[in-house]
Design a protein around this ligand. Sequence first.
Ligand code: AMP
Ligand code: MG
Length: 439
Amino acid sequence: MEGSHPSSIITRIVNRRQSPCKRFGSMSANWDHEADSVNRRKIDMHDFSYLTGISLHEPSPRTACRQKLVPAAIVICLIILCPQCSIAEPAYPRLSPSEIPPLPAHPASQRPPTPPARHLPVRWVRESEEMAAPLRIICYHPDGVVADRAMARAIARIHQLNAVFNDYDPTSEVRRLCETAGTGKKVQVSDDLWRLLALSLKISEQTSGAFDVTIGPIVRLWRRARMSREMPPAWRFDQARQAVGYQWVRLYPEERAVELLRSGMRLDFGAVAKGYAIDAALQVMREEGVPSALIDLGGDLGLGDPPPDRHHWTVAVAAVKPGEPPSYFVRRARCGVATSGDRYRFVVIGGKRYSHIVDPRTGVGLTDQSEVTVIAPNATLADALATAVSVLGPEKGLAWVETFPDTAALYLRLVGDHTEVHTSKRWKELSGETADAQL
Ligand code: AMP
Ligand code: MG
């Protein structure tokens, strides 16, 4: 049984000031759906990526009063409870120490000059769907025209990245690259593809392949299994596994070219592309003079400068147990927050629940019912680490997260009726547990 559509379980942010312009676009090309599926329409409705990190805006009483806005935001997430299944966790080789060069953190922006009293920042919200996930941009600016232009350009940038990373679109840059796998050809790629591939390969190396950006052939098998509700035959897994291996990607830095050494290889950026798109969109907002912004793409968040008169945004992390209210919050600005888990994308076969996140060593979807939230200097890293830690498990995964600067993780796992909670050492500090005292 597939999970329910996120929109059915998320309460609305009320009394928001909507942008005066029309909503931008609608459904983008499918990101995580089988393009050739006859069930596509059905899957479109039921197979969105999960939305677990929900942003709560906390307007200052003063601003809200001045603008006659009702402050708001409520979050309720339900989780589908399925029987706990377990598989033996494979022993990954020792993880190497952190070598990943830090991606640019979201810097404190040059705030625009303080506007005159009659032009106080106003809250603007825009919602649509991008990369087959719900997108919400919240920002503050005194001028609606400026805010709207910034949001439109941010969304256009996400569209542009969809055309690079969309695995379902045979004309996307990544699909065209995969067409050359095993032919001995190297292909020059765009800056965006180069940057995200280089980062993904480093994460793949550091996790000894627990995270693997070449997981595409196995992920395809599981997508089909989600639709047919049948376990693919073993020979299919064997065949797919032969085309998986980050070590079969060769980079030519001088030419910014890539060669995929084995035929049938398929890169899959599903674990990182949303985070990357969020960072790119926040960057656009900043360049457009709207640094006070939050971007939520399918539950992965990029936090820019905080709302006026506040020190932080507040984000609720949904409880892993169905029906329970969130008990963890992140109070931060200028960082990324991402959550990975099997809340909305899983399949039950033979009474066992399998996640859309796959263990590359076994080829099998994870059977732990868990939810991993990562706070990192940017959304790209948060997104990548949340998926990687889901595969690594709490012990290895959280120890590894601690090797990254300004990064922390929360690992929630449902065991029977009980939620196990694991946190990395800096979770309390970086989630701003005491931030309410500040403002
Ligand atoms: P996320 O929702 O960010 O955790 O990413 C999940 C997506 O990452 C899946 O839908 C796959 O496209 C991809 N994926 C699944 N397993 C892995 C893995 N072990 N390593 C890298 N990417 C994966
Ligand atoms: Mg991810």
